[in-house]
Ligand binder design. Sequence first.
Ligand SMILES: NC(=O)c1ccc[n+]([C@@H]2O[C@H](COP(=O)([O-])OP(=O)(O)OC[C@H]3O[C@@H](n4cnc5c(N)ncnc54)[C@H](O)[C@@H]3O)[C@@H](O)[C@H]2O)c1
Length: 340
Amino acid sequence: MKAFSEKVRKHLNVGHEILYLTRDEVKSLEVPKEVLYEKVKQALTMYSNKETQMPPKSHIFPDENGCYISMPGLIPETGSVGHKWVSAYNNNVKEFGLASLSAMILVADYESGWPIAFMDGIHIMETRTPAIAAVIAKELARKDSEVFGMIGLGREGRNHFPVMPDALPNLKKILVWDISEEAMDNAIADFNDKVPVPMEKAPSLEYIVRNSDVLCSATFFKIYPPKPPIKKEWIPKGQTIIVTDLHTQFEGAIINESALYVVDSKSQQEDLVKEHYFYDEIKEPDCEVGDIFAGRHPGRTSDDDIIVASPQGMAIDDFAVTPSVIEMALEKGVGTILPL
Ligand SMILES: NC(=O)c1ccc[n+]([C@@H]2O[C@H](COP(=O)([O-])OP(=O)(O)OC[C@H]3O[C@@H](n4cnc5c(N)ncnc54)[C@H](O)[C@@H]3O)[C@@H](O)[C@H]2O)c1
């Protein structure tokens, strides 16, 4: 029996009980950053090694402003399996004062298939996604990268600030940009004292693009997206671009003329192309992030390379982290155990 299943059985009557964890409870169990980096790197590598099972995400659309995403995944090595259910509604903040993304995770027992936990998925998602950006930056960014630029300062974007300094040993400055002035002010007020380098508001989108060595974007994605505003001629030599929003801000030529275009899952990428998530026609990815971690692809080969990495997010990123959260919750008595 898998070690995780054994640990769960010490606290939970599997098949008869389920652990429920709220967002605050998941947050209170904070997985250490170093553990997060290791888990997501392992998951990306195992995925590209074909050691996991993960059917591509499936999307359903009530209309062009909303989308539901179904994300099952299984990691045999750790006995982690389950299903994440996400919704993305672009007008939520304006219409309901709610965040655009919601996410719940159902985790099953690897041995019997019975559900063992139902939990908030937002906290795991908003911390594992920037952790993925950080491990990619550590691997692919020029070693002399001094300026990190963050476009889009919502939940995902803001969570890049605690992790990016870990990936960039020569970091000297953080630039921020958002269409919302308030989001920029809040990001600087909330993080300036928590990061080891000064944070500055960029005066324009063009400025942040031209002046960042590592540039991340976490804005929005949607089916049939509008024309991307960032132009090829703004991109400096050697820039590492890491996006969690399907590069909706970057014109196709940036991707097509990059030295390396890398995604987390080529098969998910094929579906996204078919489903019209990209404004421009874009080239096929050169490889998966996991191919680079596994040593099958060299990654950056010159300081002049412009690299675009687009980790679109995979179910197994979450299921790499859920065992640590569940183990901690059961050991510390956090959460509510409910009858099935
Ligand atoms: N790849 C992954 O694994 C993964 C995981 C979770 C979320 N995401 C994606 O990350 C993105 C951000 O998610 P979030 O939860 O932080 O959303 P959010 O709504 O909390 O934040 C989005 C931020 O982007 C800003 N923004 C919107 N359009 C912009 C533009 N054109 N230029 C600059 N700023 C702009 C908004 O003002 C807001 O501050 C979404 O596209 C989401 O789908 C990806």
